[in-house]
Design a protein around this ligand. Structure first.
Ligand SMILES: NC(=O)c1ccc[n+]([C@@H]2O[C@H](COP(=O)([O-])OP(=O)(O)OC[C@H]3O[C@@H](n4cnc5c(N)ncnc54)[C@H](OP(=O)(O)O)[C@@H]3O)[C@@H](O)[C@H]2O)c1
Length: 468
């Protein structure tokens, strides 16, 4: 009989296969399982020298039997019903002391429910956010763990060994009980949505507004990647904009239908942000933009009904766009940090926010030069809890705010939508005003609802001199 495997992975899709190969490469034996059993064998037989450490199985029973005790089972299947079905099928096969890990993109509330459903069974549950796409899963992802802390300590060595490293520091951490890890992954994806949208809006201003060619714009992004905007997403953008479609010779981006997909994490971030009273308007703008992008025939009808006649090209140089992008990014990350802080307080997770930023510095999709400064600023403590007020960002915000105003104003005059930049500008402007217009809102509320208000010159609750 083959030696028992230290860990098992069920779900041999893109991510499960890549993660299994990564684990095997660290010298650990991995049992493989997939709903369609042949796939587990295909992964093992295609693994070359790593095949010796991969143990494909045909049934869930054989899979569990192939594991050393305590058994560690990683599920890499779609979130929701598939995870629930897998947990239900595994539960009778597992015993107290075993560890179940959901490494998919689960809604953190589902993870909380899974933890609750296993209470009393002695089976520990970990919700593990995995970022970095297939490449990351294969060669070094960022890993955001939540759930049973003692269980994490038992498997930590395996996950730290496969994680990406930032100057030697593994990008893997336990961030709190129950759904904390999956929540952090959700917010990671929310920030990813916002950042992608901001980058796409810059592209839109240059392409649709200024009529520049994709390859030229790609060159600008490539240059920016050597400075404060350095990031995986800017690097990816530079590359895709310079790619040519082999079939037609046209820019590859021009051959792609302009309708963006989404699986839920951006939307969940926006929903949870609103629930927590920590609005993530930059993320919401990105979710909205993706939703509108799918309304293709309605947009075509709109283009015919409301043509943009005589609009000027946006008078924006690349330096202004770069400054605005950096400032908007700081705002978007700041909103992400605020949601994480709010959720951690609400759920009692005690999430170390600086550690979150530290494990995002490598392996994950939002890795960027900015995150090193963000991690440091979070370790030092944010003034008034505001990322954009941290000394490290003072200069970028001072230069970026006028640039943001220019970008939004020029886009408006050119008839180009910039929901992400508009949202970022609204946040930045609001948060630099000592007095807002909420005095009038309070007056209105008191007028029609007798809600009362606080006065600037006296304690207590007051009503206005109106009859309503
Ligand atoms: N792709 C990415 O870049 C990425 C990045 C981070 C996180 N994730 C998350 O990782 C998870 C897996 O994603 P993926 O891209 O690897 O998916 P995928 O390639 O579509 O693979 C899905 C896997 O789940 C199995 N499966 C589907 N429904 C099932 C069910 N009801 N019961 C049991 N097994 C079922 C499939 O088995 P069959 O072969 O039998 O169909 C397949 O092995 C998802 O939660 C995803 O959101 C993905």
């Amino acid at each position: 009989m083959a030696r028992p495997a230290r860990i098992g992975v069920t779900g041999m899709g893109t991510m499960g296969a890549a993660l299994s190969l990564n684990i095997a490469e660290t010298g650990v034996d991995v049992a493989l399982h997939n709903r369609t059993a042949t796939r587990a064998h295909e992964v093992a037989s295609g693994a070359g020298a790593l095949a010796a450490r991969l143990h494909p199985t045909d049934t869930l029973e054989a899979f569990v039997a192939a594991l050393d005790t305590p058994r560690v089972v990683v599920m890499m299947v779609p979130a929701g019903a598939a995870v629930r079905a897998t947990v239900a099928a595994l539960r009778p096969l597992l015993a107290a002391g075993d560890i179940l890990v959901d490494a998919g993109n689960a809604d953190f509330r589902d993870t909380q429910a899974a933890v609750a459903s296993l209470e009393g069974s002695g089976i520990a549950y970990l919700g593990l956010g995995v970022s970095g796409g297939e490449e990351g899963a294969r060669h070094g992802p960022s890993l955001m763990a939540g759930g049973d802390r003692a269980a994490w300590e038992q498997v930590r060595d395996v996950f730290e060994a496969i994680a990406a490293r930032h100057r030697g520091d593994p990008c893997a951490a336990w961030l709190g009980p129950d759904g904390a890890g999956h929540f952090v992954k959700t917010v990671h994806n929310g920030i990813e949505y916002a950042d992608m949208e901001l980058i796409a809006e810059v592209y839109g201003l240059m392409r649709h507004g200024q009529g520049r060619a994709p390859a030229e714009i790609g060159g600008v992004f490539a240059r920016w990647n050597g400075g404060p905007l350095q990031s995986y997403l800017v690097e990816v953008t530079a590359e895709v904009l310079r790619a040519t479609d082999p079939a037609t010779g046209a820019p590859a981006v021009d051959m792609i239908v302009d309708s963006a997909g989404q699986k839920g994490t951006g939307r969940w971030t926006a929903i949870e942000a609103l629930r927590l009273g920590r609005p993530a308007s930059t993320v919401e703008a990105a979710v909205g933009a993706r939703a509108w992008s799918s309304l293709r025939s309605a947009r075509a009808a709109g283009a015919a009904a409301l043509p943009a006649a005589d609009v000027p090209a946006p008078a924006l140089d690349d330096a202004t766009l770069a400054e605005a992008l950096l400032a908007a990014r700081i705002v978007a990350y700041g909103q992400g940090v605020s949601i994480l802080e709010g959720a951690s307080a609400e759920h009692g997770w005690g999430t170390d926010l600086a550690r979150v930023a530290e494990i995002w510095r490598a392996g994950c999709i939002i890795r960027s030069a900015l995150l090193d400064d963000i991690a440091r600023a979070l370790r030092e403590g944010l003034p008034e809890g505001q990322l954009h007020l941290a000394p490290a960002f003072a200069e970028a915000m001072a230069r970026g705010l006028p640039a943001l105003r220019r970008v939004v104003a020029e886009a408006a005059l050119a008839g180009l939508p910039v929901p992400g930049f508009s949202a970022a500008l609204a946040v930045a402007e609001t948060m630099r005003r000592a007095r807002t217009t909420a005095d009038l809102i309070q007056a209105q509320r008191d007028y029609f609802g007798r809600h009362g208000f606080e006065r600037v010159d006296a304690d207590g609750r007051h009503h206005g001199p109106w009859a309503g």
